[in-house]
Write a protein that binds this ligand. Sequence first.
Ligand SMILES: NC(=O)c1ccc[n+]([C@@H]2O[C@H](COP(=O)([O-])OP(=O)(O)OC[C@H]3O[C@@H](n4cnc5c(N)ncnc54)[C@H](OP(=O)(O)O)[C@@H]3O)[C@@H](O)[C@H]2O)c1
Length: 316
Amino acid sequence: MLYNRMGRSGLRLSELSLGSWITFGRQTDLAATRAILRRAFEAGINFFDTAEGYAAGAAESLMGEALKDFRRSDLVVSTKIFHGGAGPNDTGLSWKHVIEGTHASLERLRLDYVDILFCHRPDPHTPIEETVRAMDVLVRQGKTFYWGTSEWSAEQIAEALRIARECNAAPPTVEQPQYNLLWRQRLEREYEPLFERHGLGTTTWSPLASGLLTGKYEAGIPKGSRLDLIEWLRATRTEDNLRKAGAVAALARELSCTPGQLSIAWCLKNPRVSTVLLGVSRREQLEENLGALSVKERLVPSVMAELDRICPVREA
Ligand SMILES: NC(=O)c1ccc[n+]([C@@H]2O[C@H](COP(=O)([O-])OP(=O)(O)OC[C@H]3O[C@@H](n4cnc5c(N)ncnc54)[C@H](OP(=O)(O)O)[C@@H]3O)[C@@H](O)[C@H]2O)c1
């Protein structure tokens, strides 16, 4: 396992990392969560991601319980603030919710600090300056070492960087965007100036497009699978996406790997990606997905070109 620097920061993240959306606290109990985390750690994964909104806080609680077994300084833990609950001040990025939400997350995680704190979405109802100042307070208090954004536009990130510079506040150093063969344009096009100018890091999510790129949805929606559980995600099972997933699967057969391994390895090849966040509902999936590390070297230029042909970047 390689350990990449998170953009221009000094923090080192394993090239594969593990998240908890939909899985921990919904598809896994404590014993399964423990087994998955331990196997991930033993394979060299040092970065674990969660959010206050995942399984209404249960993902953080389970992860916190399972991470107790490890030495804190061996771990990089992130959580994300935005979707904290139903009350008027339980969501968004106001000073109040950023601080209160972070305190509640740390309590569920049983941690004194996280390594990275993300703003889970942009908040159109809060001035960016208010959020930057609240994040700065949390950094200065040692509640987080780094802070970042998730699915903010390049313009919003640039604005946060400008404000931080002007206020002498801690700047955002990392973004958490979706990135996979079916969803390329934001990372490969929109964020490019931020990489060049600011050395932004990225912890990318959904390398398998929620499982579509494993080919498991070709013939229908298997019972208990993510698309079975989450109704709104079924809209991603379009004819076009199934056709692309089918072509990726055919190429994977030629390369003697699984379509999921090929898709994850493709994300790993992009130098703008600091770490690829995996999601697994079962340990066997983790086992298979870790195999992407050895598949990476099979992605020679002709294979990359073929993947570009199958899944071109959608230009805005
Ligand atoms: N910042 C954000 O807004 C955001 C959004 C989404 C995710 N994330 C983070 O990124 C992490 C990864 O994203 P993701 O979970 O969407 O990743 P993903 O790799 O696109 O999807 C993971 C899901 O695909 C299925 N799967 C995984 N490996 C498989 C295999 N080998 N064979 C068959 N099915 C397999 C499993 O679902 P089933 O077994 O249930 O079918 C698994 O839970 C999340 O856990 C979360 O921490 C962040």
